[in-house]
Ligand binder design. Sequence first.
Ligand code: ZN
Length: 396
Amino acid sequence: MSTLVTGIAELVTNDPSHGEGPSGVVPDAAVVVDGGRVAWVGAMRRAPAADVRVDVDGRAVVPGFVDSHTHLVFGGDRAGEFEARMAGRPYDGGGIASTVADTRAAGDDALSVRLHRLVAEARAQGTTTVEVKSGYGLSVADEARSLRLARTVTTETTFLGAHVVPPDHAGRREQYVDLVTGPMLAACVPHARWVDVFCEPASPHAFDADEARTVLNAGAAAGLGLRVHANQLSAGPGALLAVELGAASADHCTYLTAADVDALAGSETTATLLPGVEFSTRSPYPDARRLLDAGVQVALATDCNPGSCFTTSMPFCIALAVREMAMTPAEAVRAATFGGAKALRRSDIGHLGIGALADLAVVDAPSYRHIAYRPGVPLVRTLELPVRPAGAPGSA
Ligand SMILES: [Zn+2]
């Protein structure tokens, strides 16, 4: 069954062959979706016929957001820590241990209900692809359980056993890295596509360059793709390590040296910026302009987690990117869609070129610019297209 989406005041395709600029913007547009994929894109007046018609009545349409960095499997929350931080206590990642305790204590059902609720919350704000990390279990059984649950909502699952050294391994870092790269990795590989590490020598809880390299090499040897929590709290070794090992993404990139920027610019590693974290920890924002001007592939993601940034809202992150990081609205929307797809090494999402997955998000405004222009207003939603009724000819 094909669907013709009409009444699109402004369509962002991220495919320059369809329209103006890198965002491939088409005014007064229509899209045909067939078999869950984009089959035709162009001016409304030239639109072909389809089985079903959906009219969005003068609204803008953008590719669904690709949130390439979240931590959605966890127990408890840290509202108290947030309140204390706003009163002046600095953030160093130490609160992760309290979420580890709450996650281990939670039943599968409680974790799953929370996870599905957060994914629905993201989807209601235009997110159509979400990456989900483990990292609050930090035991063989609890990490494997977190990833098994994450797999129920996405194929983009990431093993983050090297989030922090858990309290039960305090003072035994080497042993913990052995556990992560040995039995924990073996138990998690069946449920994971990626491996990630919190590489941050400035935090006593996280991992230095040698430890991070050991974790990433073990993950790669087990067939996982690489991602790195890099340069969040200091100009540490994470970004260079990500580039050296061919990681898909270096995430945070808040403190970068000129050498880091040069290395990222000459690489296939996306710099994923997470401005919700700087907002929620009252920290300096990453220098997005420097990265964009150097030609680095930039993505925006939420980092949704109970400690440093508890938002599922990609529109909020776009608004922050424009207001606080001097990205243009077009650059920010592109980073939240096409950039996220690059960070996940996916070519079937993050754009609305022919053959892309039909992940469309509707903006309740005539232009994508309103996403940043009207912060805090729930303007964006995922477009739910009609599906073939059960029992109709050809339905599976
Ligand atoms: Zn994170």
